[in-house]
Design a protein. Structure first.
Length: 605
């Protein structure tokens, strides 16, 4: 409850030798709001001698500093006496003032004008009680009062500045025994602070979630609830702001998918009248009515936080000149639904290498030719995708996007899994394998190659309401380096088709150089397995050629990894080559590792 206001004496002028009139002006509260009535009082007291004649004031003028210019009361005898005070009795007269707005475009401010019986008898106090409406926020002060008396013999104008004294202001109230004053607990009754009108319109987000996923298409409902005492006209303004001051574009669903125009437009309402507010039109809302508007936007591709700023601008139909606003700010958190790790391993290309001593059809020296005739290599990229979502998702497809190939090569990417909908639970890990076929344009191309690629995951939520909302998330993959000008050794292991538990272990030695190379091979014995094949041998490779050496491995253990150690030394470069494991093998600092299952050992026994 607002604190009561006070009356304060602002004028002390002798109107005649026997008549003294005092005038006080008081605001009821120390604070008010735009568009809401603020009770105010002008109290006129006559301290003239009891047998003195009454004084009739022509008008009373209170000048103010702030959003209104003045309050003025004119003398008028009503046809029907409605006041509580008449004749020589003191009392409170309730008035209704009219707002007068200047028609010119000058800096003049609105004024309030009313009329009443301004005849004051000796010893009488007339209190004029009336509400004042403020159209703007700010500080308002009563600065000067003026009384006018117009008679046939003379015109008198008395003016005085309004100053606060040390006494507390007073407010006149009515009672059973007549009018009386009460003191108000504040320093001034002639100064007031006008605050913006408190909005009673509510903004709600009924389908807001704690977090969203990157790259998904979203539809967010904005509900407007009119709690004003009367009908309103409203528009909406929405912004999606990120930390780096970037914004997300959105569409209003009611606009049929057209972008929202944030320009200052003056749209028309249904009845043809102008709403006069910029933004997305909500239109008229009856008291206690609700309206839901929907925005659609695509989530950013990177995990980030955004602020959703919603502002509703409106005015009540009874007062279109006072715009009212209500703002709601909500956090939108976007997280990545997937994270992935990658294994990039070599494979033995099944096609024969081109011969350096034969001329290829189409011209091996034509680097601009679409067909590549150089050395071919095959690689496997295994993507291990983990779900970081809080709900089950459906992966519809995965693919590799090839952005650039560096170092002069042609790359062909193929999938090694069927394209089918697969549900992935929270924290679940799934693997997808891709085959990368690399080929140099000609045999003279010696540079190493590098690939810039990314992984695209097409997915949707598993809930029935979101089956039509398909999103594609793109995950970055570190640059893949493909050496092609150095000799290498590839190990391939697969079970024997004729002998149970026997493993064929093939070592493919590649010589992509222009030199005639000799390799020394040394297979070390182990207690984990027995092997057949050359323990020591020398292998001669022509330039641009490759050759495979096979060992047959008989495991002596089960349910364990065994580590055949083949030492390969290049005599020409005097360098020990590292053996590269292919699909299904592990590699540690000792060498390649092969898994031996328990079932294989049990079937042999």
């Amino acid at each position: 409850m607002s604190p009561p206001a006070v009356s304060y004496s602002i004028l002390n002028q002798d109107l005649s030798n026997s008549t003294v009139v005092f005038v006080s002006f008081t605001f009821s509260d120390s604070e008010g709001h735009v568009g809401e009535p603020l009770p105010s009082q002008i109290a006129v007291t006559s301290r003239a001698q009891p047998k003195s004649a009454p004084v009739t004031l022509s008008n009373i003028l209170i000048q103010l500093k702030g959003c209104i210019s003045e309050i003025q009361l004119f003398h008028h005898l009503p046809d029907i006496q409605t006041a509580t005070a008449s004749g020589e009795m003191s009392g409170i007269i309730e008035l209704t003032l009219e707002e007068s707005t200047p028609t010119s475009r000058s800096e003049q401010k609105p004024r309030w004008v009313g009329s009443s019986d301004l005849t004051i008898y000796p010893g009488q106090t007339k209190v004029f009680l009336f509400p004042v409406f403020f159209r703007e926020a700010g500080d308002v002060n009563a600065v000067r009062s003026t009384l006018e008396v117009e008679t046939e013999r003379f015109d008198l104008v008395c003016s005085s500045a309004i100053t606060d004294n040390d006494d507390m202001p007073t407010w006149w109230i009515g009672g059973q025994t007549g009018t009386k004053t009460k003191r108000l607990n504040r320093d001034s009754g002639t100064a007031i602070k006008i605050l913006p009108k408190p909005p009673k319109m509510e903004i709600r987000l009924p389908n807001l979630l704690e977090q969203y996923y990157t790259d998904e298409s979203l539809a967010l409902d904005i509900e407007i609830y009119n709690k004003e005492e009367e009908d309103t006209e409203a528009v909406l303004e929405v912004r999606l702001l990120g930390r780096s001051k970037d914004t997300l574009d959105f569409l209003w669903a009611s606009h049929g998918g057209s972008p929202q125009d944030e320009s200052d437009t003056t749209p028309e309402d249904n009845d043809g009248s102008r709403i006069g507010l910029p933004g997305h039109i909500v239109g008229q809302l009856a008291r206690n009515a609700k309206r839901t508007e929907t925005i659609r936007f695509k989530a950013p591709s990177e995990p980030s936080d955004y602020a959703l700023e919603i502002k509703v601008l409106y005015h009540v139909l009874s007062d279109r000149d006072i715009p009212i606003s209500k703002t709601l700010i909500a956090d939108l958190i976007f997280v990545g639904p997937f994270e992935a790790s990658y294994d990039f391993t070599a494979r033995v290309h099944p096609d024969p290498w081109p011969s350096f001593f034969e001329v290829q059809d189409g011209g091996s020296n034509n680097t601009s030719s679409v067909t590549a005739y150089g050395i071919a290599q095959k690689w496997q990229l295994k993507a291990k995708v983990a779900s970081f979502a809080e709900e089950a998702l459906v992966i519809q497809d995965m693919s590799l996007n090839l952005h650039a190939v560096h170092g002069g090569a042609v790359c062909t990417i193929s999938k090694e899994f069927p394209s089918a909908d697969t549900e992935i639970a929270p924290q679940e890990l799934q693997e997808r394998s891709f085959c990368l076929d690399m080929r140099k344009p000609n045999l003279e191309e010696r540079r190493s190659s590098a690939l810039d690629i990314s992984l695209s995951i097409t997915w949707r939520k598993s809930s029935p309401n979101d089956e039509g909302q398909v999103a594609t998330s793109t995950l970055a993959i570190p640059r893949l380096h493909v050496p092609s000008s150095e000799p290498r050794v590839l190990a391939t292991a697969y079970p024997s088709a004729s002998v149970t538990s026997l493993i064929h272990l093939d070592y493919t030695l590649e010589n992509p150089t222009m030199h005639f190379l000799t390799f020394e091979l040394n297979m070390e014995a182990s207690e984990e397995f027995g092997f057949s094949g050359p323990k020591l041998r020398a292998l001669h490779l022509l330039p641009m050629s490759r050759q495979t050496v096979r060992y047959n491995i008989l495991p002596l253990v089960g349910g364990a990894w065994i580590t055949p150690q083949l030492r390969v030394v290049d005599r020409y470069f005097n360098k020990t080559l590292k053996v590269l494991g292919t699909e299904g093998m592990r590699v540690d600092k000792k060498g390649v590792m092969i898994w031996v299952g328990i079932e294989e050992r049990d079937s042999e026994r």
